[in-house]
Design a binder for this molecule. Structure first.
Ligand code: ZN
Length: 460
């Protein structure tokens, strides 16, 4: 398998730490609202990675966090906590709000046929791990306490700019906006590990630096270490995480352990959608904003959630995906054609031909998860058998959905077919034509073969 590693900006052959096993950490949702389809595109990409690893025989240990600690919209004191804002909006307490949207997220994951990670861990249940990590950083001289927070000192971690290839001097000068917060920081990019003296914040825990709550970045470093060890194989997330969140995760993890944090960094591109201004410009879907679309909105409009998954697979995960209702319509039609494939008339019954086609399909998906190329191969062969095997990587639920086989016809249809076969045997042509018309009325295409009547459910 070849994967594009953000760290090196090249495709690299995947070599796991432990032969046959793949450890995978993916940044999970912040649970103060529903996930929009742009968020879910990232989870579809990560699920495709997970499934492709399994198709290649790896045992996968996939860990995903739930960010249920309230975080300020900005680190400045006047910023508002998203969880507390959401809780007030819905008349719930922050804990109820977090559980409600965690459950909603799990439902969306199931509707998109996303396999459940082996570990789903809540930040609020791992605060001790985070405190221990911050202490470790303090011992290494990489953290310092100010009155509003304990900060990571980025000037003491020379590799800080590496992942995102940041121009730190440019950033220093371009700062601004959050003057109050910056007063206490030694360097522009220093970030909070543990917030203190925030009496208005509801979720608080005791810590050596005073009662407070953890910074967002520290939760991923601490939980990744707890479940996957100090060095992991693959870390994933959206491209927006490269310059801050993942950069900070690396600084914390490698600063504390002195070991590489993750060998492969994979990042999914955004979903973009036509802007509200009626122009041709596409914009990123945001958690606040009018273009907020959820799986439930798609389902209410009559779309199969898997049509959205199919649409995601038609773009490479590192390319932006332009969403429109027209492209979703086309994906839904494509999915129907796919589910109409039957094991009869499979063009790849010959084992040698199947092996060639299989190698072609495997090469496509193993080339940095090139799902669009794999779909091209599968659609070209239109082989039931090949689809069944490679849907393990694509997750379109093919094996279950394409079960409407000719030998599993509804009873009324099966008895009409039997009657028509008897009529034809008796050369009762008028009766045979009448039965044919009734089958067509029921939505079937009717044909004749040496074995008798053949019927196939009409599409659409
Ligand atoms: Zn993270």
């Amino acid at each position: 398998m070849w994967l594009y590693n953000t760290k090196s900006r090249t495709k690299e052959r995947f070599e796991p730490l432990v032969p046959g096993c793949a450890g995978l950490y993916c940044c999970g949702p912040t649970v103060y609202n529903f996930a929009h389809i742009g968020n879910l595109r990232t989870y579809v990409f990560e699920d495709t990675l997970r499934r492709t690893l399994k198709l290649n025989g790896y045992k996968v240990n996939h860990v995903m966090n739930i960010t249920d600690v309230g975080h300020l919209e900005s680190d400045a004191d006047d910023g508002e906590d998203k969880m507390e804002k959401g809780a007030r909006r819905e008349g719930l307490d922050v804990w109820q709000l977090a559980r409600k949207y965690e459950e909603a997220w799990l439902v969306d994951m199931r509707r998109l046929n996303i396999e459940r990670p082996e570990v789903i861990c809540r930040a609020t249940e791992h605060v001790d791990d985070m405190v221990a990590l911050v202490r470790r950083l303090e011992e290494q001289g990489l953290a310092y306490a100010a009155t509003d927070a304990v900060y990571f000192d980025t000037s003491k971690f020379p590799r800080y700019a590496d992942l995102a290839r940041l121009d730190l001097r440019g950033l220093q000068m371009g700062g601004g906006g959050r003057a109050q917060e910056q007063e206490e920081k030694r360097n522009h990019n220093d970030f909070a590990l543990w917030f203190t003296n925030k009496p208005r914040h509801i979720m608080q825990w005791d810590a050596p630096w005073g009662r407070g709550y953890p910074g967002w970045h520290v939760e991923c470093s601490a939980m990744s270490m707890r479940y996957l060890g100090e060095t992991i194989d693959i870390h994933c997330g959206g491209v927006d995480h490269i310059p801050v969140h993942h950069t900070n995760e690396i600084a914390q993890s490698e600063g504390a352990t002195g070991k590489p944090f993750a060998h492969y960094w994979l990042h999914g591109a955004f979903l973009i959608i036509k802007g509200d201004q009626g122009d041709d410009g596409f914009v990123k879907m945001a958690k606040s904003g009018d273009n907020f679309l959820t799986v439930s909105v798609l389902a209410d409009r009559g779309y199969d959630p898997l049509a959205y998954r199919y649409l995601c697979l038609q773009a490479h995960y590192r390319s932006e995906l332009k969403f429109s209702w027209e492209t979703l319509d086309a994906a839904q039609q494509g999915l129907r054609r796919l589910y109409a494939l039957r094991p009869t008339n499979d063009p790849l019954t010959d084992d040698a031909r199947y092996a060639d086609a299989r190698a072609e399909a495997l090469e496509a998906i193993n080339d940095d998860l090139n799902a669009p190329m794999l779909l091209g191969v599968l659609n070209r062969y239109a082989s039931y058998r090949l689809w069944t095997e490679f849907d393990q990587a694509l997750g379109l639920d093919f094996a279950k959905r394409a079960v409407d086989r000719d030998d599993e016809l509804p009873a009324d249809v099966a008895s009409l077919v039997a009657e028509r076969n008897a009529a034809r045997k008796a050369k009762e042509w008028a009766r045979s034509d009448d039965l044919r018309a009734r089958l067509i009325d029921l939505g079937y295409d009717v044909g004749d073969s040496p074995q008798g009547t053949t019927v196939k459910k009409r599409l659409g």
